[in-house]
Write a protein that binds this ligand. Sequence first.
Ligand SMILES: *Cc1c(COP(=O)(O)O)cnc(C)c1O
Length: 385
Amino acid sequence: MSIESRFQPLLAQREQDYLTRSRPLVTSPQTPAMQINGCQVINFSSNDYLGLANHPALKQAAANTEHSSYGSGAAHLVTGHHLEHHLLEDELADWLGAERVLLFSTGYMANLAVLQTLTQKGDVIIGDKLNHASLIDGALHSDADFKRYPHLDMQALEQRLQKAQTQKQQAIITSDSIFSMDGDLAPLDQIQTLANQYHAWLYIDDAHGIGVLGKQGKGALSHFDLTLQPDTILMGTLGKAFGCSGAFVAGSSTVIESLINFARPYIYTTAMSPVNAHVCRAALEVVKKAESERQQLQQNIQQFKQGAKEIGLTLHPSNSAIQAILLGESETALAWSKGLKQQGIWATAIRPPTVPNNTARLRITLSAAHTSQQVEQLLQALKNC
Ligand SMILES: *Cc1c(COP(=O)(O)O)cnc(C)c1O
């Protein structure tokens, strides 16, 4: 069979189901006002929560390459581990009160690495049903059993933990902090309590919380007044609120040494650009002091939620920058997205298989960089739909 004859029917089916994926082409900096596919639009789809992607401090840091080069040249274990990476790890660890931090080139790889490396045959990974695809892939690629509990259902989680205890399986609970497609927040305080009660390990994916939630933007743990315990591991991304790219895992020395020694997605890949690490260090300094940006973001979220309620839209319950307008059919979600585009608003339709069937939605993400007038424009355009 040729590649053509295998894939043409699959692609045709996708088209028929309104599920074809494409890549909007960006020809401007990453800001609220952007040029996408040649059109000038206000962007409500990025995860640039604090408006750092185009921040002058980051641009200035990117230009400062005196002590490093753009390419890292090799993997971390060879000759790719630059002082800039090392300092970024130390600074992140200090900020979070973690014993150690380890950098990854992407959050996706960090999730694969942690779930594959820390678990063995006979263990069980217990995850929320709506966890990010990378947590699911990490679990599926591990040697552990993989069980999922209904979204945010703490009773079901406890039953799973009891079962693991009876079967003498080491359990590792894994959850998004803020869920990427729904915007709601996992009750990490309850999850941590359950983890302690059943001697389970806990792995939290704070991709959407880091920089945004908690004191100094320290993320979801800080939001719940929790600290990193020896059997708790945190993942944060540097491509969302930090406005750069990459990710990190924070945990005990034993966790980090184990990843350095055994994690294939860490070992067999070129280190991120040292320039990117340097820019992330500048971003961290901005994030720590970004109280007014975090306040502005909260204000924009409240303005959107209030306005959406007045129009009568069905929002998924969320207090975060991720606001989902539930529409059901993929076709409807696409039609709304198109209707907004015609009014100069960019908001992505999220369809299966990214979300469950019949829960297609518009995913609106707000940023501190949006002005109140831009949020108002979004609401007006939604009203017209
Ligand atoms: C974006 C995201 C990731 C992946 O991070 P990348 O750095 O983009 O690979 C992982 N988990 C969640 C919840 C995310 O939203």
